[in-house]
Design a protein around this ligand. Sequence first.
Ligand code: N01
Length: 538
Amino acid sequence: MPKVESKGLDAIVVGAGFSGLYQLHCLRDRLGLSALVLEAGAGVGGTWYWNRYPGARCDSESHGYCYSFSKELFEGWEWSERYPAQAEILRYLNYVADRLDLRRDIRLDARVSSARYDEPANLWHVTTEDGATFSARYLITAVGCLSTANIPEIPGLASFAGQWVHTGQWPHEGVDFSGKCVGVIGTGSTGIQAIPVIAQTAEHLTVFQRTANYSVPAQNAPLTPDFQRYVRENHTAIRDATRSTGNGQPFAIEDRSVFDVTPEQRQELYEAAWQKGGLQFRATFRDLLMDRAANETASDFIKAKIRQIVKDPATADNLADIDHPYAAKRPPIDTDYFETFNRPNVSLVDVRATPIEAITPSGLRTRDGREYPLDIIVFATGFDAMTGPLLRMNIVGRDGLTLAGAWRGGPRNYLGLQVAGFPNLFTITGPGSPSVLTNMQVAIEQHVEWITDCIAHMRAHDIARIEARPESMDRWVQSVNEAAHATLLPHTPHSWYLGANIPGKPRVFMPYAGGMVRYRDICGEIARKGYEGFALSR
Ligand code: N01
């Protein structure tokens, strides 16, 4: 018989990363509700708890990648680098958990295995893998968008005699690459961060690249005392900046077209952006993601850089043979990624031309019959993004409707926050919200605050249930599609934004591409109109 751990809760929050910690604080300390966080890991931190691979760091700048809701919290922490590394972000989240005294309402090692809505009782019953059950009026998922590892089904993996690891499930004790032949599969943001670091200690590193990728130098560096002081003294200005830009970053996209300047000026602007580094490269012109010809100027600039940096012409050709517009997939930023291919211990294999056929006891074989002896295989193969973490919780709503059934043709919801048939279930940064197309931190705060205000409204007006109306979902799905199709984003056939990295996953552009400012306005307006488009009942 499953143990009933708790019946008297107001809310259950799933996940203790950036979203779950803030949601717990809002529900418990602002609304005075009883709330419990169920977290699969043995510690808080979410993404930053799991992704401990070498080179893991944030690609948003540190002063914009932290909570902004509390001046005290903001001023009580000092970042050391422009882009904080995983260990520093994890320390930061532990600092937050302690400062807000959150741990007493977080249950660790508690992976949710099912969640079922009980209509007569108007409760969610949640079960964890160890068989414990919990019940609450509200169920809020704070499971992140990129937390379900994608380990491709390559024949023979079970026979591999060496060690294999996925970057999103990195062993806490680390992996020793010294003296080892290592293979990294995948050249997304993760592979691009990990490859240069692994190459420093591996005997030999073979990179298996299926899709060549753009990358711009991060130009990471320790923060100067002057900048640290500026951050300490400018909490409000930084918060306002991140809340006023479409991408939630503390920098704005320049209001000029690629074609407002001469080719020479454009080259100078790109060169300056390259030297400055980071995601700001994308902000050089306003039309880079809107217009293919505009985008080609940035793509060509980066491809030329790759050819300048990489000395072996065949390797340079392979790395620069990029088949999609710049930033139409999530644009990585790096430290010495292309330079790493000049090392004598690093080689590149094009697995689009010769796909991986099998993993053997001693390594990996490609379709041309070549064998690559390996001691360690690193899967930098990404995630079943956005829907994966939600679907694996086996959520069942009203009348036995499963979330998997409701989303058979792809995710459908209202504002990325609610699904018809699942009353009082809220999905922080769910598909259909800006999330991964923006600075996650800003998207998370907006969602948590909206959900908190919504629950406060329900309690103040004696409303027992809130649920998206089906017709609101239809309209919102259409808005999400229109926003995506106004950009170049849906035109990359192998993008995880479309679910294309997972065999059999419906091809639906998942995040909302209309920008954070517009999205915040829409959500605010809907709330002001008494939660228009939602069904509220007593
Ligand atoms: O995953 P990805 P990721 N055989 O899906 C390849 C965030 N992030 O972990 O493109 C061979 O982007 C796949 O090839 P293809 C960020 O939002 C943030 O790198 O599908 N190759 C691709 O090259 C990012 O976008 C930070 O053809 C296979 C790679 O594996 C998101 O996480 C840092 C394969 C997967 O790339 C995901 O990035 C890191 C197969 N069977 C990540 N299957 C920050 O800095 C897949 N691939 C905050």
